[in-house]
Design a protein around this ligand. Structure first.
Ligand code: 5RP
Length: 225
């Protein structure tokens, strides 16, 4: 419950940063949800924005709220993106992908002038890696990638649906949740994973976040890299 309040406070604070005329990247997850809802309220009051959703789930929510949507083909430059995170370190390196939307989230973040991370206080960590790192793989390559990740010292676990079948991302790929333990050098691991054939994307977001708005008790803290 405390987390929900912190998430709500962070999400609403981030929505206030959006200005008339902005192209806005709309993140995915339970914290980004509060920002999207707050943006929907501002749109009803006359704010003119166009959103680029990072998932089918967020696109559905934005449509219900009356937020006009566009695509990266029509608007390849995004003014501001608001998105959640599973872990945030002191340099604002992130682990993302708990909700399975990491690929589109990273594309949208990389096309954004500013990425505002919204989080509850439990997401702030001194070192990334307690949260298993989501790695999106093409199904064809899964076993090969699993072996490479084991060789890196991690335990990969295929994400499954409640019926036991593999979870599929919006892009038709599978996710390996990889327990690395403490990640000593996130930028180096990010490069290694990005260079592994069969990995479409991984949840390490290095140097993409501009600011983090973190709900803590009744306040919202602002963290910068
Ligand atoms: C989805 C994400 C989410 O932003 C991340 O999992 C945080 O989610 P929540 O705000 O629900 O804790 O990366 O792919």
């Amino acid at each position: 419950m405390a987390n929900e309040q912190e998430k709500g406070a962070a999400g609403r604070a981030a929505a206030k940063l959006v200005r008339d005329g902005d192209i806005v990247g709309l993140g995915t997850g339970s914290t980004a949800y509060f920002a999207v809802v707050a943006l929907g309220e501002r749109v009803k009051s006359g704010l003119k924005i166009i959103g680029i959703p990072t998932s089918v789930q967020t696109a559905d929510l934005a449509r219900q709220l009356g937020i006009p949507l566009t695509t990266l083909d029509e608007h390849p430059a995004i003014d501001i993106t608001i998105d959640g995170a599973d872990e945030v370190d002191p340099k604002l390196n992130l682990i993302k992908g708990g909700g399975g939307a990491l690929l589109r989230e990273k594309v949208v973040a990389s096309a954004s002038k500013r990425m505002v991370v919204v989080a509850d206080s439990a997401k702030i960590v001194p070192v990334l890696g307690k949260f298993p790192l989501p790695v999106e793989v093409i199904p064809f390559a899964r076993t090969v990638v699993e072996k490479k990740i084991v060789a890196l010292g991690a335990s990969p676990k295929l994400r499954t649906k409640p019926d036991g079948s593999p979870f599929l991302t919006d892009n038709g790929n599978q996710i390996l949740d990889c327990s690395f333990g403490k990640i000593a050098d996130p930028p180096a691991l990010a490069v290694t994973l990005s260079n592994t054939p069969g990995i479409v994307e991984h949840g390490l977001f290095i140097g993409l976040a501009s600011v983090a708005l973190v709900g803590r008790g009744g306040r919202v803290e602002e963290l910068r890299p």
